[in-house]
Design a protein around this ligand. Structure first.
Ligand code: GLN
Ligand code: ZN
Length: 757
């Protein structure tokens, strides 16, 4: 049985691409140097795959920023506002990804959205009425050739036409249906070019097929591929799906002229059942996604082998595959030098997953599978009793009742009490929590870790940063202050470190967007709060000012969604365990004089099941209560804020109101404040701070620009409910952008106040 993967992490084992790109952005290295680093990473990945014995090695999974953006460039779907800047190809690409402000012009970046139910973000291509789709780029071919020159005929991957059209944003009159002909021509040309280059297989990713599909969607998909596959020029085409099952279009998928169909048997709840019920076309290869591409736990060979045995009854030709691209897991355990073997033996990162595929292949090819060393080691591991249980926590979760999830009095009454207590002006200004994590903070943390700085000295450093941050905010004139989050490397990892039941990795970085990576902690055992986590910092910060100081926590759903979860207990159980711990911290902050507490649920929307029919039961029915439990015990006069980013939350707007926070701030600027209409239509009750500028881009918004955003807001939202803030934390920005941006923000708010007061 052959083996395959869908994609390999491209950021580099030690995030080499991130560091090189950032140097390039700062003008410290040339584009040739950046290209060189990129090439080294690609060749390294190629070597790893080759050495592991993998049969289908991938190419074109590399990207300087994002695969959707690459596809937009490949298909000539790039707005003129970027191409007309007159920058180099690479810089035009980065301008679309990050925005550009310089001598050639001033343009905002394209919108960015979460990639299905992951914490990866893709750049949303824009299609306007002048977009002329055609095969324009050469990257897939260049990278195929590069691998060929290095002795490997790869399976190149591209994002498919249906997914591209499905995720793009249409800013003019045209819709996806108007583009089918031109995009189909582009993809046929792509097949032709690959055929000329000698490619045997090409992988076309169509993850949008696992979402709910209307009859119109199915028709669009079928008509696209009838056209695209009309001439394959001898190239075999694999249509690859992931993040779910293809229940709406399974038969159409089987009926089209694909040579291979890739299904996700890990996250696809019904993938197996679809095959069992409908059979599988004998002339096609089934790429069976049995190795989880999203989590770090070792595969359970016994389970996998039983799935494969079942599949064999229906499919003649099976290739063992990962469930999705390995982009969503870290590179290799080899760099985890500090983690004890007693944990590590349960882990498999991308490189180790290659080994798992190889072992599974050996086992499946063996006369006596049960005698294979890999099989024996794996079954022994999975039969061990794991450490980390906490009976008290389990009991507490089991004993929660309805009233535990209800905060009293109700919202309207609390709003009155809080307005009286805080006496804030109209359009109160605030930030989302973090301030720039400048080099000195990071250096202090590194020194602490290496033992070069004592804990006491580290704490003094943090206090000094807090004091400066508070003074800066007072100078800028913000109304509700924050301490700046200097003690945190990351909004989830920090809490994980303070909670029992978590374990940490050193180098388990996963790309989140562009050069940004996250290092999700691992939920190992049952979770509980070992000690107060933020109280001392918030208390200290509050002692420096008379203005309200927001306490700053991460909510249970986000902590869970940004961790590697366990596979042996339910997500609901984990979410409630974390909620118990965060609630203790909320009450502790309140008891220590903190009057406003923000509980970030940045990632609330992220793990919402892709299919609407799964939303309630599989997610919202426990995620919203978990958040409510966190704050249901505070006094009416304590104000609870929450924050969400990149939230496409139009469709769960009622549930968000139902979280029963007092104020919510969220990303809105990058999506042109389109969320405002939704808030209005739903009579949104919670006070809102739709971000007035995009912090993910280095450009400084002018006062006028921010004022225009405020004006848009006041047209739709009662002024008494509006807050003015950036759209996310400022941690990744520098002070040189942050300070003028916030000054402009405050001036714009004052102007709005004067006009509306
Ligand atoms: N409070 C966090 C911060 O400001 C929120 C970050 C986020 O939403 N991703 O950094
Ligand atoms: Zn955010």
């Amino acid at each position: 049985m052959k083996t395959s993967i869908i994609g390999y992490p491209r950021i580099g084992d030690l995030r080499e691409l991130k560091f090189a790109s950032e140097k390039y952005f700062r003008g410290e290295i040339t584009s040739a140097q950046l290209e060189q680093t990129a090439k080294e990473i690609r060749l390294h990945n190629l070597e790893l795959q080759k050495n592991s014995g993998l049969d289908f090695i991938v190419s074109n999974d590399f990207s300087f920023y994002d695969g959707m953006l690459d596809t937009a460039f490949l298909l000539n779907a790039v707005s003129q506002r970027y191409t007309s800047l007159g920058l180099s190809e690479l810089d035009t690409y980065f301008a679309a990804a990050r925005g550009y402000q310089g001598e050639k012009g001033d343009v905002r970046a394209l919108a960015m959205k979460k990639w299905y139910n992951t914490n990866y973000h893709y750049i949303v291509p824009e299609i306007d009425d002048s977009t002329e789709i055609k095969l324009a780029g050469t990257k897939p071919f260049d990278l195929f050739r590069e691998a060929l020159d290095n002795g490997v005929k790869t399976k190149p991957v591209v994002i498919g036409a249906y997914t591209f059209l499905n995720l793009a944003r249409y800013t003019g009159q045209r819709t996806a249906a108007d583009l089918t002909d031109s995009i189909a021509v582009a993809y046929s040309e792509l097949l032709l070019k690959f055929s000329r280059l000698g490619a045997e297989w090409i992988q076309i990713d169509e993850p949008s097929l696992v979402k709910d599909m209307t009859a119109g969607d199915i028709e669009l998909f079928v008509s696209l591929y009838k056209k695209i596959l009309a001439g394959k020029y001898g190239v075999r085409v694999l249509v690859q799906t992931y993040f779910g099952d293809v229940r709406d279009c399974f038969n159409e998928l089987c009926g089209l002229d694909f040579d291979g169909i890739g299904l996700d048997l890990v996250e696809g709840k019904r993938s197996l059942e679809l095959i069992q019920t409908n059979g599988f076309p004998q002339d096609k290869v089934l790429f069976a996604g049995v190795v989880n591409g999203k989590n770090i736990w070792r595969n359970n060979y016994e389970k996998t082998l039983s799935v494969v045995a079942e599949l064999k009854k229906y499919a003649k030709n099976i290739v063992l595959n990962t469930s999705c691209s390995l982009l969503h897991v870290p590179c290799t355990l080899a760099n985890e030098t500090k983690l004890s073997e007693s944990y590590k033996k349960y882990f498999a990162y991308a490189k180790e997953k290659l080994t798992e595929l190889a072992e599974l292949k050996t086992i499946l090819g063996s006369e006596d599978p049960a005698e294979e060393g890999g099989y024996l080691r794996n079954t022994a591991l999975h039969s061990e009793q794991r450490s980390g249980g906490n009976a008290a926590v389990r009991e507490k979760v089991a004993s929660l009742t309805e009233s535990d999830f209800v905060r009293l009095p109700g919202f309207a009454e609390r709003e009155k009490i809080q307005k009286a207590r805080f006496g804030l002006p109209l359009f109160p200004t605030t930030t989302i929590g973090s301030f720039p994590q400048t080099a000195d903070v990071k250096a202090a943390r590194t020194a602490l870790r290496k033992g070069e700085l004592s804990a006491a000295d580290y704490e003094r450093t943090i206090e000094k940063k807090i004091a400066e941050c508070v003074a800066l905010q007072e100078e800028i004139g913000l109304d509700v202050l924050v301490h700046g989050e200097f003690e945190r490397n990351d909004m989830v990892e920090y809490f994980g470190e303070c909670l029992d039941g978590y374990i940490f990795t050193e180098k388990a970085w996963v790309q989140s967007y562009g050069t940004r990576c996250v290092k999700p902690p691992v939920i190992w055992g049952d979770i509980s709060r070992a000690k107060p986590m933020t109280v001392r910092w918030s208390k200290y910060a509050q002692s420096l000012t008379d203005k309200p100081m927001k306490g700053m926590l991460t909510g249970p759903v986000t902590i869970l969604n940004w961790s590697f979860p366990r596979e042996d207990i339910s997500l609901k159980e984990s979410a409630f365990q974390i909620a118990l711990a965060i609630r203790e911290e909320v009450l502790d902050l309140e008891a220590n004089g903190i009057s406003i507490i923000q509980v970030d649920e940045a990632a609330l929307r992220e793990k919402l099941p892709l299919r609407r029919s799964d939303w309630r039961e599989d997610y919202l029915d426990w995620a919203i209560p978990a958040f409510r439990y966190v704050h249901s015990g505070v006094k009416p006069e304590t104000q609870i804020h929450t924050h969400m980013c990149y939230s496409e939350f139009a469709d769960i707007i009622k549930d968000i109101d139902d979280m029963d926070a007092d104020v919510i701030t969220f990303e809105a600027s990058r999506s042109d404040l389109t969320i405002l209409d939704v808030l209005k239509a739903n009579d949104f009750r919670t006070e809102v701070g739709p971000g007035v500028y995009d912090i993910h881009s280095p450009r400084i918004p002018s006062k006028e620009e921010i004022k225009a955003a405020i004006d848009k807001m006041t047209e739709r939202i009662p002024v008494s409910k509006l807050w003015i803030n950036p759209d996310c934390g400022l941690k990744t920005r520098g002070n040189e952008e942050t300070v003028p941006s916030l000054k402009n923000l405050v001036s714009a708010a004052i102007e709005a106040r004067n006009e509306n007061g």
